[in-house]
Design a protein around this ligand. Structure first.
Ligand SMILES: Cc1cc2nc3c(=O)[nH]c(=O)nc-3n(C[C@H](O)[C@H](O)[C@H](O)COP(=O)(O)O)c2cc1C
Length: 190
């Protein structure tokens, strides 16, 4: 059983991030022009303030450009944010918790993003940084595609009744129902 009190202090209390849950989508075509330095600076500042699910797991964000990433799928972006983490306990859940805050921040700031489970830092980028291992990355940048869904009917997701038998928590579980997952597998049951 995990305590998710940090969720309260991060996303639920920030109306822009909370709203992004209901409109965000993955974008796989990017304008390759790098983002302005101040946009990247603000993202880095936000990234340094995100809350982990488990404060005992050390992690770092590493920012890479398109030349530094190898992806089997033809998705190229001007920027990538990589999560490096200590490998212990629920580090994968912690990774999802941390990078999804970044995904919502990007969406709330009119930037396109996509989780990339298939991509890896190139050979030139160290596999380990300060004893932390690369876990996963998000691609991000500008796009000419629409980055928002008009409403939740545009999300391809299981219904709440398929994933939950919990009574009285519909509005909280609705945000979980809409969360992104690898290949849209939605592997959660409540
Ligand atoms: C852990 C994780 C890994 C993912 N890996 C990839 C990937 O390698 N390539 C890709 O195109 N999309 C990837 N995605 C994006 C999912 O395919 C996408 O979130 C899902 O299809 C739902 O679509 P949406 O994000 O537009 O709502 C990944 C998502 C997650 C959460």
């Amino acid at each position: 059983m995990l305590e998710i009190n940090n969720l309260e202090v991060t996303v639920l209390k920030n109306p822009q991030l909370y709203n992004a849950i209901f409109h965000r989508k993955s974008i796989r075509k990017y304008n390759m022009t790098p983002l302005p330095a101040d946009t990247l600076g603000k993202l880095q500042e936000y990234a340094s303030s995100v809350k982990p699910l488990d404060e005992s797991i050390r992690y770092e964000f590493v920012y890479l450009g398109s030349a530094d990433v190898k992806n089997l799928l033809p998705i190229k972006a001007p920027h990538y944010i990589c999560l490096y983490s200590q490998i212990k306990g629920n580090y994968l859940m912690n990774a999802g918790f941390l990078l999804q805050q970044i995904d919502l921040y990007l969406s709330a700031n009119n930037l396109a993003s996509c989780w990339l489970g298939m991509a890896k830092p190139s050979k030139e980028v160290p596999k380990q940084i300060n004893g932390l291992e690369f876990v996963i990355m998000l691609a991000f940048g500008n796009t000419t595609e629409p980055i928002y869904r008009a409403n939740t009917s545009e999300f391809m997701r299981k219904s709440l009744s398929e994933i939950s038998s919990v009574a009285g928590a519909d509005s909280m579980l609705e945000s979980v129902r809409l969360a992104p997952s690898s290949s849209n597998t939605q592997p959660w049951i409540f």
